[in-house]
Ligand binder design. Structure first.
Ligand code: ZN
Length: 217
């Protein structure tokens, strides 16, 4: 029987991705994509102890995980012109390249909504896929790869996770979005580490394939 697939993505580059998430996924043999953004200088300086540095992101890449682009400042791309969009994407690509990380091929729209005005620029810059937070299953091979769906998972209700992964079938994969595990800078998208471990154990025990976005395409 064909295995069901779950794609794991982690947004906004917080330190718990290196401290908690990556080691656990490695231990379980799971793939994942980490979407990196940097936010503005003042905010980054104020929260520097909670955010991944360039070398810490490189460490996650060296563990075998995919690193994706989530723009530099995390703006709503629907409100920006083409030059600003290109600059947001390029600046983050350059930051990753300087850290010795391969140029990303996966992108996640900041905040989640699909930004149609960014698609041409993403293609031009060599991106192969872009993730929204539209709530529906992912049909590999039949999907607009520049408008991939995903379920955000956060907070105290394990039903969110259970209901999302219950929709995976042998054809339809499910893409999940987590933020920090834990998340001390974006508490509204926090996931407790003990709870996260339960979620990952559920995937392991039920024999899911757990992949990065790149590997699922
Ligand atoms: Zn984000």
């Amino acid at each position: 029987m064909k295995k069901k697939t779950v794609v794991l993505t982690f947004d906004d580059a917080v330190i718990s991705h290196l401290e908690n998430v990556a080691p656990l996924l490695k231990e379980l043999g799971f793939g994942a994509t980490f979407f990196i953004c940097r936010f503005n200088d003042d905010w980054r300086a104020a929260h520097s102890r909670e955010l991944l540095t360039a070398s810490q992101i490189a460490q996650i890449a060296r563990m075998g995980f995919e690193i994706g682009n989530h723009t530099w400042n995390h703006p709503d791309l629907r409100k920006l012109g083409p030059e600003q969009i290109a600059e947001e994407i390029q600046r983050l690509d350059d930051f990753l390249t300087d850290a010795g990380i391969p140029k990303p091929v996966s992108f996640a729209y900041p905040g989640g909504p699909f930004a149609e005005n960014a698609v041409g620029i993403l293609r031009q810059k060599g991106f192969l896929a872009a993730r929204t937070t539209e709530l529906r299953p992912f049909r590999p091979g039949k999907e607009d790869v520049m408008r991939l769906p995903a379920w955000p998972i956060q907070g105290e209700d394990p039903g969110l996770f259970r209901n999302a992964v219950a929709q995976a079938t042998e054809e339809d994969a499910i893409i999940l979005v987590f933020h920090g595990v834990p998340d001390r800078v974006h508490p509204w998208v926090h996931t407790d580490f003990a709870r996260f471990r339960e979620y990952m154990t559920h995937l392991k025990d039920n024999d899911f394939r757990v992949l990065s976005l790149r590997d699922a395409l």
